[in-house]
Ligand binder design. Sequence first.
Ligand SMILES: C[S@@+](CC[C@H](N)C(=O)[O-])C[C@H]1O[C@@H](n2cnc3c(N)ncnc32)[C@H](O)[C@@H]1O
Length: 394
Amino acid sequence: MNHSQSLPEPAKDALAHSEKLIARIREEIAANDGAITFRRYMEMALYEPALGYYVAGTHKIGAQGDFVTAPEISPLFSQCIAQQCQDVIQTLQQDNETNACILELGAGSGKMAADILLTLEKQNALPAHYYILDLSPDLKQRQKETLENKAPHLIQLVTWLTQLPEKFEGVIIGNEVLDAMPVDVFTFLKDKVFEHHVIWHDNKLIEQLQPASDALTANVKALNIPLEATPYTSEINPNLNGWFKALANCLDKGVILLADYGYPQKEYYLAERNKGTLICHYQHLVNEAPLLYSGLQDITANVDFTSVAEAADSVGFDVSGFTSQASFLSNSGLEKYFMQTLDLTPDDQYKLAQQVRTLSLPSEMGERFKFIALTKDYKKLLLGFKENDQRYRL
Ligand SMILES: C[S@@+](CC[C@H](N)C(=O)[O-])C[C@H]1O[C@@H](n2cnc3c(N)ncnc32)[C@H](O)[C@@H]1O
């Protein structure tokens, strides 16, 4: 991914789309005494019905889009997740007479769903249902197309949901879902906390600092950031508690497996990381201008995995594993799956070897991306965390 200050100009129709979203954002600003929080802006930029980045029709994920995720890089990633799902589902089925299933949150292009189902089919371990819950109607359509192309005979196992099921047993998985959640952005100036707002000024959207609410100030102060100098800007995701509460109501028994980029809290809020981690992706260029091309680019923040663990723990989940992507994949059979491809042409083998490097090398995705497992009423050791479990870092 390249860093850039100058981004390619969007096409005319894309700019017109962005203008429509900006008009909606301006209405919201006007209805809120001239300012909305950055979090509300991010929510609208990504998820405003019919207009937000994830909801409307740009390509987003993959080579023709704005960014690439692990399931797009290699089927090996999803094969390893399938291995972990299989182990959990079989354990649950041995323990009681249930039909343990898989629920994928934020399924993107549908590639991971297709690769997981194809892997489980080969192992004769298909679940009764593979559910998908995504906030994006546009991606839902793309997921259907991917499954129709890659695994047409398995699509009857897939059910798209519009909300979490009332009761669920099995594995809930989500790759890069947490980083796509709207965040509050704050700045410490001396010892005072300010919250970033978005206003309309001089014919454009700009950020404005306002004294933070009592709740945000308390949450930020609880982070105990070792401030060496201010201004210090970063972000915090206040939605985690509510999100895990909903997941706790839904999951009766089983495992939630989340993969994303981020850090344990102590490493996230370092004194030197004083500009935060919020970035945008536009046509494979990284930039730090979230108010630019609203609705046409992805906005994302790294994940504070300590907050994730705390929010999950507070609603009754056990935090049952935390490790790097490299370790999770290696524990879950990456080498085995790679060896199974030795009958491929040398060219294809070379491509797969490159993919393994991208997924695993510390300088690529291996260390920056993490896996966390949250369990309910499930005691068996999780395959993906059997070595190098790093929960002590949380
Ligand atoms: C960065 S994309 C990742 C897509 C896919 N998992 C992948 O790895 O390619 C984030 C996805 O999460 C979805 N999403 C964000 N918040 C969500 C939520 N609360 N529940 C379900 N999906 C969500 C978005 O619509 C989008 O599909």
